[in-house]
Design a protein around this ligand. Structure first.
Ligand SMILES: *Cc1c(COP(=O)(O)O)cnc(C)c1O
Length: 470
């Protein structure tokens, strides 16, 4: 081809590699098949001295990762909450690397800045959050927690006359973080990164339905009514998908001047479906929300969203000005809202995902995942020796496998559950992981990939049945 750039053949070949991967995906083993030793041996050759042909490097890379990739982009990956990539998002992600924009500021990468502005507006609409909220596109929900909680830290200390951006935490009034004991581990990591430490967390045991109760919350808050406080609620518990009762809890927290943060890594997306948004009623009254793009929206890794109702606190905690930078007077500079400095043009895949799916397409992904999770759990529940511990009300369910011997104990069931789960994974037909819930081992069923269909559900239930028989 005329005017081709010298490395055009490499990029065309790369497209072929990508297509070959995607074409093989539906029937490839879902779990990894290569061992650690194999991967190290294949990939870990000595540091090359001289340049190598890029086409050969890529060919070898593709060959050497064989068996070391998990099929999370496909339809039968149910371990952890991991989505695939919808076509437009994958495409836009390729272009994001091609364009190689430094999406830190408008003047450096104008289109990337405006695309993120639009993503923010669309996300707030989709998730039914206040249109005036500020936002940041970060690497994942954990960093969304960091971003939101930095704003929270700023605001709750400002109320006590303490400027944390200037003075830091030494000598500051201690902040307590009050939450249900089923919260995600990333909360704690976010708090450690923010210098608040593990000990600031007060974990309240949740009710049997997985929810924090207003009475329990109030009894903790009332013990130290004047402390700077952050209350952390869940939208989608990682095991059961349960939602806290926002209408009851948020007014209690606000009565004590607390900042309310919602961990909605995947569950926030229930708000995008008319069938499931009743779980999120009142959630818009919170002060900040963290969620992911790489889970239920099915954009490629890595992508999360931090959303903050108090724009001023968000800005005070993140904004950055330097005399060698050209700050825009009129546009939105991401550096003022994001923890990173230089960063990927993360908005492009999100923009393409939302534009291509529209509201209806996103609703459909949410609804399909919930329906398929329900079908897998209830389908497996009909098999002998399977106990259903949680029937999904959204996309998360729990099963365990019961040891058949008389007088079997929970430890026996735990062991069998681990074993059957490993067998299913070894069959290559589907991928699940175990979790500990209320002290017992369960196989968690998480459906968040856009590719999963009825055929995948059938194959998965059959694979569970086969693992029980073998
Ligand atoms: C996945 C998850 C997180 C962490 O999100 P990352 O995108 O991995 O940083 C936090 N909370 C919940 C409930 C999750 O499911």
């Amino acid at each position: 081809m005329k005017n081709d750039i010298p490395y055009a053949p490499l990029l065309r070949q790369t497209t072929e590699h990508a297509l070959a991967y995607l074409q093989a995906l539906p029937d490839a083993p879902v779990g990894a098949t290569a061992t650690l030793e194999q991967l190290r041996e294949r990939l870990g050759y000595p540091l090359p001295n001289s340049p190598q042909d890029p086409a050969k490097v890529i060919r070898q890379l593709v060959a050497n990762v064989e068996g070391g990739l998990t099929g999370s982009a496909g339809g039968r990956f149910f371990a952890w909450v991991i989505g695939g990539s919808v076509p437009a998002a994958l495409s836009a992600d390729w272009l994001t690397s091609t364009w190689d924009q430094n999406a830190g500021m408008f003047t450096v990468a104008p289109a990337a800045a405006v695309v993120e502005e639009v993503c923010g507006r669309w996300l707030l609409e989709l998730l039914a959050l206040p249109a005036t909220a500020s936002f940041a596109l970060v690497t994942g929900c954990q960093m969304a927690h960091v971003t939101c909680l930095a704003a929270a830290r700023n605001a709750v200390l400002a109320k006590h006359g303490w400027d944390v951006e200037q003075k830091g935490l030494g000598g500051a009034p201690a902040i307590r973080v009050v939450t249900g004991d089923q919260r995600h581990g990333t909360i704690e990591r976010a708090l450690r990164l923010l210098g608040m430490g593990r000990d600031c967390v007060i974990d309240i045991p949740v009710a049997p339905n997985g929810q924090l109760t207003a009475a329990a919350l109030e009894s903790v808050l009332v013990a130290a009514p004047d402390n700077p406080t952050i209350v952390l609620l869940q939208a989608g518990d990682l095991n059961t998908g349960s939602f806290d009762p926002y209408l009851e809890l948020i007014p209690v927290a606000h009565r004590f001047g607390a900042w309310v943060h919602v961990d909605g890594a995947f569950g926030l997306w229930a708000a995008a479906s008319p069938a499931y948004r009743h779980f999120t009623v009142g959630m818009d009254q919170a002060d900040s929300w963290a969620t992911d793009g790489h889970k239920w929206l099915n954009v490629p890794y890595d992508c999360g969203y931090a959303i903050v109702a108090d724009r001023e606190a968000h800005y005070r905690s993140h904004s950055h000005h330097a005399n060698y930078l050209t700050h825009s007077e009129i546009a939105r500079d991401q550096v003022d809202w994001n923890p990173e400095y230089s960063r990927r043009g993360r908005g492009f895949p999100t923009y393409a995902a939302i534009a291509s799916l529209g509201r209806e397409g996103i609703t459909q992904i949410v609804d399909n995942c919930c329906r398929h999770a329900h079908a897998i759990v209830t389908g497996a529940g009909k098999l002998d020796g399977v106990e259903v511990l949680h029937v999904p009300h959204i996309n998360q369910g729990l099963l365990r496998f019961l040891a058949p011997k008389p007088g079997a104990t929970d430890e026996d069931h735990d062991r069998l559950t681990e074993m059957i789960t490993a067998r299913i994974v070894a069959s290559g037909e589907a991928m699940f992981a175990c979790t500990t819930w209320r002290g017992i081992r369960c196989m968690r069923v998480s459906v968040s990939g856009w590719q999963t269909d009825e055929n995948d559900v059938d194959r998965t239930v059959k694979a569970i049945a086969a693992a029980l028989k073998s």
